[in-house]
Design a protein around this ligand. Structure first.
Ligand code: ADP
Ligand code: MG
Length: 231
């Protein structure tokens, strides 16, 4: 079975319409888009399981609490960055396990992605009037306030993707500023096109947020993802 359908069907069979970060990123990875390397460790595997995952990924790592009822992870301290060794991993694990949740808990151990040229957002939603749409913007708190995003009806072509990237005010941030190199626009446009096709073909995906995507001079990496299915 096609991996996208498999992940969607699993969630539906468990009566869930919000995919976890781990599932959302696995789904995106099956489109051959780059995500941070990730290993999911169940609570029952304990710290031993986490330790093994950390050494497989290689320090420094990131650890996140994955639970159905934890949606905005950093708000509740569920994201631990830049874990340098086993001692750090143990304290991060203990802290993550203290976070309150009624749901099944797992730990996602991830590679620590290197600092980007810019953090961007790629999203989608099913619009009541236009159907599936794709969205693009610069990541970070400030730009959320500025509402500096571009939208198109899915699926989009190369021309649309190029316009989407260029028409936001924050384009300057991608174009190299204060001595920073410019971001790899082709890889951003590729993600926009792939996501627009995904949400066109799978209209049961009602909403998606890739936030942030780390944009580099060469390529990019999807660091966090959230996919919501319609009921
Ligand atoms: P939230 O659910 O709060 O949005 P995120 O997974 O987006 O949680 O993590 C919060 C922030 O931590 C991100 O915006 C990013 O700056 C940083 N971050 C998360 N995962 C990684 C990673 N694997 N490597 C580097 N930085 C990360
Ligand atoms: Mg996020």
């Amino acid at each position: 079975m096609n991996k996208v359908k498999e992940i969607i069907d699993t969630a539906k069979s468990e009566d869930r319409n919000v995919l976890t970060e781990f599932e959302s990123k696995e789904l995106i990875k099956s489109l051959d888009l780059p995500i941070t390397e990730q290993i999911l460790v169940g609570e029952d595997e304990g710290f031993e399981g986490v330790k093994k995952a950390c050494s497989t990924i290689g320090y420094p790592v990131v650890m996140k609490l994955i639970a159905e009822d934890v949606v905005h992870k950093s708000d509740v301290g569920a994201v631990k960055l830049n874990i340098g060794d086993e001692d750090d991993a143990k304290s991060a694990f203990d802290e993550l396990m203290k976070i309150e949740s009624q749901a099944k808990k797992s730990i996602s151990v991830q590679e620590m992605a290197k600092e980007p040229v810019a953090e961007i957002i790629v999203g989608s939603l099913q619009d009541a009037q236009f159907g599936p749409t794709v969205m693009f913007g610069i990541g970070g708190v400030l730009v959320e306030v500025m509402e500096d995003v571009s939208f198109r009806i899915a699926p989009i072509n190369d021309f649309d993707a190029d316009e989407m990237v260029h028409e936001i005010k924050g384009f300057k941030i991608l174009d190299g500023y204060r001595g920073k190199p410019p971001a790899d626009l082709d890889s951003i446009k590729h993600v926009l096109k792939e996501i627009s096709e995904l949400v066109y073909e799978h209209q049961e995906i009602s909403e998606m947020d890739l936030n942030p995507v780390f944009a580099y001079e060469d390529g990019l990496k999807i660091v966090d993802a959230r996919i919501i299915l319609n009921n």
